[in-house]
Ligand binder design. Structure first.
Ligand code: IMP
Length: 181
């Protein structure tokens, strides 16, 4: 069994314990209570951005008690033929978004490129309001100006794994968050 005092080696890198389960749980529960209060009249659609957000989304949404819908998406980007360059597509989205309050559920906001792409796509679908919730934010790395409404924990600009986050596909199943040793 793995306990917080142990390091974890994933492929060629070693990670050390960084954020314990209890601290993550407290942050996530605080976010859920805020969402319950702020969005109680909005009938929000939570858009869980896979893969990394699965654990955060599961913990958060178990504590969300307001009427809502939940959908799971992947963000795919390909080079379009038009002059607009990269085209972003949301894979897995079947819900009608027009006039909905959409809550993006992210594992981590780093540079903000993913959030920017999501904003572009969702804006084109004429949503009523875009709200963003992330388990982690790296404020020093964040380069965009989109408001991140709900932030679990802010961390320095370091590479972390666990709680859904991976290094080369590994480490997503770890209950705690680890940082490069
Ligand atoms: P952004 O588009 O630069 O904000 O990056 C967002 C995505 O990069 C996240 O959804 C993660 O998949 C990945 N990412 C950013 N930082 C980390 C990290 O420290 N560990 C694991 N994945 C990360």
């Amino acid at each position: 069994m793995l306990c917080m005092s142990q390091t974890v080696t994933l492929k060629d890198k070693t990670f050390k314990p960084y954020i314990p389960q209890q601290k993550i749980a407290e942050a996530v529960n605080t976010l859920a209570q805020k969402i319950n209060e702020d969005l109680k009249n909005d009938f929000p659609l939570f858009l869980v951005v896979l893969n990394g957000s699965f654990m955060f989304a599961s913990d958060l949404l178990k504590e969300v008690t307001i009427p809502c819908q939940i959908s799971f998406i992947k963000v795919a980007s390909y080079h379009g033929t038009s002059s607009s360059g990269n085209v972003t597509e949301l894979i897995g989205l079947t819900e009608e978004l027009e006039n909905r309050t959409v809550v993006i559920i992210e594992d981590i906001v780093d540079t903000g490129t993913t959030i920017e792409r999501l904003y572009e796509v969702l804006t084109r679908k004429h949503v009523k309001k875009i709200v963003t919730a992330t388990a982690l934010l790296k404020p020093e790395a964040y380069k965009k100006s989109y408001k991140i409404d709900y932030i679990g924990l802010e961390i320095p600009n370091a590479f972390v794994v666990g709680y859904g986050l991976d290094y080369d596909g590994l480490g997503r199943n770890l209950k705690e968050i680890y940082v490069l040793a």
